[in-house]
Design a protein around this ligand. Structure first.
Ligand code: AMP
Length: 384
């Protein structure tokens, strides 16, 4: 189906359209078609969408547009606040703000702040900032240091609200909401709508426009899915066999536990395949370093658990391997959605043990797709 909508018809002005063109975005994604005009009309938004749907640009673009025509706030008083659960997401959104915000007629300064690093440099950089992307804990620290004031916030975004609540940020969020002016525009994005998220949306949003995007459904067609039936003992060899014989240059491997992620990394490195682990027990520094190396193509394999991998945006990732299946079909779909993104084809491979077969059937039923299960008994794994 040809999508006739273009960015110009969404109500964005020429400078923003130029910024979009400079990012080589030719057509808006469905979420952008729906969210951008609604935000420009001043509506509150409830967006049910995941990373990969294009949600970041869907809020960054209209926020820049609206702030462009508004006066800059008093120093250390921000106009736009984007709350996120993790450092990685903060950095990503910060980059999108910079990408779209550099060439505008009036410079709109933005900054991403998060915990796990020293606060002082962030306090200094807050000078003149209009849009702040922040994790809740660090934002509160900065407020308490009087490095930033929230009383002039015009636009609030809560991104990955479900994850924010899963991580236990309820109290911090409530504290932050109390510091905001009552008159403001609210945009909330969440991959899922549970009881917790519902109670926040009811409290926070006024007569919101609900926009639900199910990217996976359309998106799954872009992904070639394959599964190999492998005994537990041979999994490591099969993994190395696949990476080497298919000459995979960049592959994201998922395990179910931190412990297993570390064990897989160890084995890969011992066998000359450079890899690093990415999970909740790694320091922020180690996580950032691993992710940056992987994104820039200098690290061949990243081995991650589900929690750590949510919200990571990696463009054009060609391969995802499930070393172990996740318990929930949703997580499976989320994992394989790391490949075949931004309209590029990708391959998702799962290593299945006999005892996983029934569970894998459930996953296939849920995503309404059958995946070929290939036996590996006859594979000669000598030397892998
Ligand atoms: P997001 O869901 O915001 O993390 O975006 C997912 C990916 O899609 C990012 O790599 C964006 O750069 C890319 N993207 C977002 N919108 C568009 C668009 N309209 N055209 C092409 N790529 C896009």
């Amino acid at each position: 189906m040809i999508n006739m909508t273009d960015f110009a018809s969404l109500g964005l002005s020429a400078p923003l359209l130029k910024a979009i063109a400079s990012q080589n975005f030719t057509q808006p994604y469905p979420i952008q078609t729906e969210v951008i005009p609604a935000v420009l009309k001043g509506k509150d938004i409830l967006g049910i969408a995941q990373t990969g749907s294009g949600k970041t640009a869907s809020f960054v673009l209209p926020i820049l547009e609206m702030l462009l025509s508004a006066n800059a706030p008093k120093n250390r008083h921000i106009s736009g606040l984007i709350l996120v659960p993790t450092r990685e997401l903060a950095v990503q959104i910060g980059e999108v703000l910079v990408n779209f915000g550099t060439d505008l007629p009036r410079k709109i300064k933005s900054l991403a702040v998060f915990g796990g690093v020293s606060i002082n440099p962030q306090m200094m950089k807050l000078q003149g900032v209009e849009i702040l992307v922040a994790t809740p804990g660090r934002l509160i620290d900065l407020v308490e240091h009087k490095a930033v004031h929230l009383s002039e916030v015009k636009m609030l975004v809560i991104d990955e609200a479900d994850k924010m609540l899963n991580l236990g940020f309820q109290d911090e969020m409530a504290y932050i909401f109390r510091l905001l002016p009552t008159k403001r525009q609210n945009l909330l994005f969440s991959a899922t709508l549970g009881k917790d998220v519902n109670s926040v949306t009811e409290f926070l949003l006024h007569d919101p426009i609900k926009i639900e995007i199910k990217p996976e459904a359309q998106h799954l067609d872009l992904i070639t899915q394959i599964a190999y039936l492998v005994s537990e003992e041979r999994k490591g060899n099969v993994l190395r066999y696949l990476i080497k014989t298919q000459d995979m240059k960049q592959v994201l491997v998922f395990t179910s536990s931190v412990h297993k992620a570390d064990a897989v990394v160890n084995k890969l490195n011992k066998n000359g395949i450079e890899s690093k682990a990415f999970h909740s027990e790694k320091s922020q520094g180690a996580r950032t370093e691993a992710l940056n190396k992987f994104k820039s193509g200098k690290l061949r394999v990243l081995v991650a658990t589900d929690l750590a991998s949510r919200g990571i945006d990696i463009q054009f990732l060609p391969f995802v391997i499930n070393y172990e299946l996740p318990r929930s079909p949703k997580d499976y779909i989320h994992r394989i959605g790391r490949t075949g993104r931004a309209e590029a084809a990708g391959q998702a491979i799962s290593l299945i043990c006999t005892e996983d077969e029934a569970h894998f059937k459930v996953i296939q039923k849920k995503m309404k797709k059958e995946v070929n299960l290939i036996a590996t008994n006859d594979l000669n794994l000598h030397g892998f």
